[in-house]
Write a new protein. Structure first.
Length: 410
């Protein structure tokens, strides 16, 4: 009875605190993710109010939060969007991966963390936050802008890449031998491929099976199907998050819209619990030693994301201002970076990776909405300033000489 009461008090305090932090973030027109991470740091070991009885329940809620986050991301895309984006925007996806994954891998190697940590940190710096970016686009009223399809295409390709990357990193973190690891990886990729094929080819059939006019039945069937597929995927060494993402892609039309509306409050609740859970496993005292590397990595990868968006938008024929807006919008990191770091932390890889990822995400989840709002304005002011500068004296003299020669010859 006593432990049950303590659990209710602790968990109730967490949810109440998250609700108040979410209100504060909404009032400031700011992403609540950094506040949730800070709350986790406060409730974790070394924090102000360490948890006890409710930590196991928070861990289960966090896993459900990851599944719902990825399900909701999958609901944003149809199978047709999936195929068309792969065909037309894959060069942008390759540039995105090269420019943004390499700095993370290089940082891990420079710090002496080894090749597996390099692969993990490459994923953390590569993937933008679809959730934060979607919210920013809505808040800024840019959903109808010409650069928005380019941004969404890059996000889709990143999300799809996770269907391959997460099984790879899961196998690497498991520490299996080369032969066993190869078999595990082949099985994982094969299962992911089969689920993706079913989602693309038989999405309408699945949607008809799930469809219901009763919101209660629709909620139960969609949630049950998602958890079932996620559990089977995890049992087969594929990430549960990838299974949930592919279920979201398989659902389309009215079913997807109805499921989105019903699951959004649950997603927000358990996603907040997930960010708190990640913070719980990070000792606040471990962040200052990795703050400088995290800041350096944030600066470099913010610039590489801006370059990625600019290049992709230019390739699509978007105006100069739209190119800068596309680049600035892609800077934010969030849920996927934390998911990858969470896998690494639970596997017992280098203890400094979790604090570095937390600091890195905290920096870019704060900076991302600011770059999305102001990048194009800053770029335009710099362009005007350069044009208004007087030409150097030498250049003026050199430009004047050719004009005088024809007169002299005449």
């Amino acid at each position: 009875m006593h432990s049950s009461a303590v659990f209710l008090i602790e968990f109730g305090a967490i949810i109440l605190a998250l609700g108040l932090l979410g209100r504060l973030a909404a009032r400031l027109r700011f992403s609540p993710i950094p506040l949730y991470l800070l709350a986790g740091l406060a409730f974790g070991e070394g924090g102000l109010l360490p948890l006890g009885a409710s930590e196991e329940f928070v861990a289960i809620g966090a896993e459900i939060g990851v599944i719902l986050l990825l399900l909701m991301l999958g609901l944003e895309y149809t199978a047709g969007d999936l195929v068309s984006n792969l065909r037309t925007q894959y060069p942008a996806g390759l540039v995105d991966a090269a420019l943004n994954a390499l700095p993370g891998a290089a940082m891990a190697l420079i710090l002496g963390w080894g090749p597996i940590a390099a692969v993990v940190l490459a994923g953390i710096t590569w993937i933008s936050s679809s959730g934060v970016i979607a919210k920013v686009l809505g808040d800024l009223g840019r959903l109808g802008n010409r650069e928005t399809p380019v941004i969404l295409s890059i996000l889709v390709l990143e999300d799809l890449s996770m269907a391959v990357y997460l099984p790879v990193i899961t196998a690497l973190l498991a520490g299996t031998g080369l032969a066993a690891g190869s078999v595990t990886l082949a099985v994982a990729l094969g299962v992911a491929g089969i689920v993706l094929l079913v989602a693309v080819r038989y999405g309408r059939v699945i949607s008809r099976f799930v469809s219901s006019d009763d919101p209660e039945k629709l909620l139960l069937v969609v949630l049950g199907l998602t958890l079932l597929v996620a559990g089977v995927a995890q049992k087969l060494q594929v990430s549960a998050a990838v299974g949930a993402f592919l279920v979201g892609i398989a659902l389309s039309g009215e079913v997807a819209e109805g499921a989105h509306n019903l699951l959004a409050p649950l997603r927000d609740l358990f996603a907040a619990v997930f960010f708190v859970f990640f913070g719980l496993h990070t000792d606040p005292a471990s962040i200052p030693p990795v703050l400088l590397p995290a800041l350096a990595l944030a600066v470099v990868t913010a610039l590489t994301k801006i370059a990625t968006g600019y290049w992709a938008a230019r390739r699509a024929g978007v105006s100069v201002r739209g190119r800068w807006r596309a680049g600035g919008t892609l800077v934010a990191r969030g849920e996927f970076s934390i998911v990858i770091a969470g896998l690494a932390v639970t596997s017992g890889i280098d203890s400094r990776l979790g604090p570095l990822a937390t600091a890195y995400v905290l920096i870019l989840v704060v900076v991302g909405p600011l770059t999305a709002r102001y990048t194009d304005a800053v770029a335009m002011r710099l362009t005007r300033w350069r044009r208004s500068r007087p030409a150097p004296v030498e250049a003026t003299a050199e430009a004047a000489e050719p004009a005088a020669d024809p007169v002299g010859r005449a």
